[in-house]
Design a protein around this ligand. Sequence first.
Ligand code: BDR
Ligand code: CA
Length: 321
Amino acid sequence: MTKMKVLFDTDPGVDDAMALLLLARHPRIALLGVTTVFGNASLDQVVHNALYLKDLYGFSAPVARGAGRPLEVAPGEPPAFVHGDNGLGDIPLPARNEARADMIPAHQLIIKLVRAHPHEITIIAVGRMTNLAQALAEDPGIAPLVKQVVIMGGAFGYNGHCGNVTAVAEANIIGDPHAADRVLAAHWPIAMVGLDVTMETVMSDQYLAELATTGDDGAFVRKISHGYQDFHRKTINLDGFPVHDSSAVAYALHPEFFDTINCPVRVVDHGDCIGQTLAKDEGDAADSFNWEGRAKIRVCTGVESQALLNFYRQTLVGRAT
Ligand code: BDR
Ligand code: CA
């Protein structure tokens, strides 16, 4: 079986940890690198979390330390009210030892892996896109050498989903809008898995309780996600929580679960609508954005939620295909 070579760019993060578990367990994935970026917790904390997950899940890929702040906008406070103070739902963690991170910075690990495996690497990016933008700035020649970039981020209004930080902005985009726009401008094949679809797949309390009975992995998902579940119940009256980052992994392995459109995308980088993602449809009238040279991107607009939930469970119980 030919495995998909994956580099995972992440800010773990409860749902990042759940997505990384899929990558560690799925038989068709070869995880070659994990690059970290500030976001759901401070950079030090997410590096620590990624190293902790490496030990817990038992994968061998290097964990690299990435960007600690956005390219241009001021950094915001980490969302401890969503992911807990330590980013992993405040479960007890061992003492910090970020010195175990790979010597090479995240953006250079991205360059190194892409150059070592031309046309073979799938980058799955589920945090701010600062590391990817830095990699492109240092070595723009990597873009055509990447097989695919699958991004969890953005929102286009499909299924009524427009934003989760502001009325029009999703967290990974508004966290570094300039990086996102540069990454979306590069000529590498991109798929965006935004709130339009991630909000449509919900792991209910019943689903999570059953998952917890299947073994250590399911029990760990349940353990880290109690606070995450409470947050979604209190704020949007949801039974359970939406499946953000794992949906990007699902797309990489099972694009057939998703409906998509193909169009260029830009990010608003200032003003009241900062962080908004705009997709240009064929017939759109001219607007104030410069779309010149912007390649088309695959944007997810619909998802077979039950298939995705089955895929998550099957992967954890060792029955994924
Ligand atoms: C995204 O923001 C982060 O909080 C999650 O990990 C996910 O990547 C959802 O908007
Ligand atoms: Ca994330």
